[in-house]
Design a protein around this ligand. Structure first.
Ligand code: ATP
Length: 234
């Protein structure tokens, strides 16, 4: 089995006259937690959509596992189906047990019969995670999955995702605007700017990571400076 989950070579993508991705090369290892940071409109979601098979590149090659799934900023639950039915949507009946186990893993044991409308934002996002988990993805694509949550729930969800990924070891691509989230979770971070990687940095710190650790702060500074934010202000 290859150690590489994702292999992108010379990827280019334009929308009309606007080149969004301009010759991207990227290899992501199995079980690697990879984070894409970048200012708004730099093509992070476009890269994720290409990895999901939802968008085609103009040129270049993209190899990604077929067993891949995306969690979005909003949970995208079917309101007319109960929670468990949402988790196993599109799967055979035999997936029910695995669906219940996935709900338990995300801290929602006993919620299978609930309706989505009765859930908090954080709970709904946990259901979206369970729906991803039950598919046992080799590649988990996370498109700002915590962005709509309050600060405390966001921290709890980051912890949960770190635990789940540690246990199941999918390759992960997380898109975020949150520098601390990137440093907290990533094995490697890139900052995407003007169609290319402005900086690429492994984060080799033990988990759980302490925001006050000088190494954490140094990474934060580096990424903020590449995002065009004055590091001194932080
Ligand atoms: N289907 C499309 N048609 C035309 N332009 C598009 C399309 N999809 C994306 N774009 C443009 O491509 C650029 C990159 O968009 P993308 O959503 O990938 O950026 P992003 O880095 O994810 O932004 P954000 O952080 O704000 O979500 C933007 O200028 C956007 O308007």
């Amino acid at each position: 089995m290859s150690a590489t989950a994702v292999d992108i070579r010379g990827l280019r993508k334009a929308f009309g006259a606007k080149t969004v991705l301009d010759g991207i090369d990227l290899e992501i290892g199995r079980g690697e937690f990879f984070v894409l940071l970048g200012p708004s409109g730099t093509g992070k979601t476009t890269l994720l959509r290409i990895l999901a098979g939802l968008e085609l590149p103009d040129s270049g090659t993209v190899l990604a596992p077929r067993r891949r799934t995306t969690v979005y900023q909003e949970p995208r639950l079917v309101q007319a189906r109960r929670v468990l039915a949402n988790v196993v949507l599109g799967l055979p009946r035999s997936a029910r047990e695995a669906g219940l186990a996935a709900l338990e893993e995300v801290g929602l044991a006993g919620y299978g019969g609930a309706w989505p409308a009765t859930l908090s934002g954080g709970e709904a996002q946990r259901v979206a995670l369970a729906r991803a988990l039950v598919r046992d993805p080799e590649l988990l694509l996370l498109d700002e999955p915590f962005a709509a949550l309050d600060a405390l729930t966001r921290l709890q969800m980051q912890e949960l995702v770190a635990e789940l990924c540690e246990r199941h070891r999918p390759a992960v691509v997380l898109v975020t605007h949150d520098v601390d989230e990137a440093v907290r979770l990533a094995d490697r971070v890139v900052v995407l700017r003007d169609g290319a990687f402005a900086v690429e940095q492994p984060i080799d710190l033990p988990h759980p990571r302490d925001r006050n650790d000088p190494a954490f702060i140094a990474h934060r500074r580096l990424f903020l400076s590449h995002l065009g934010v004055a590091a001194a202000a932080h």
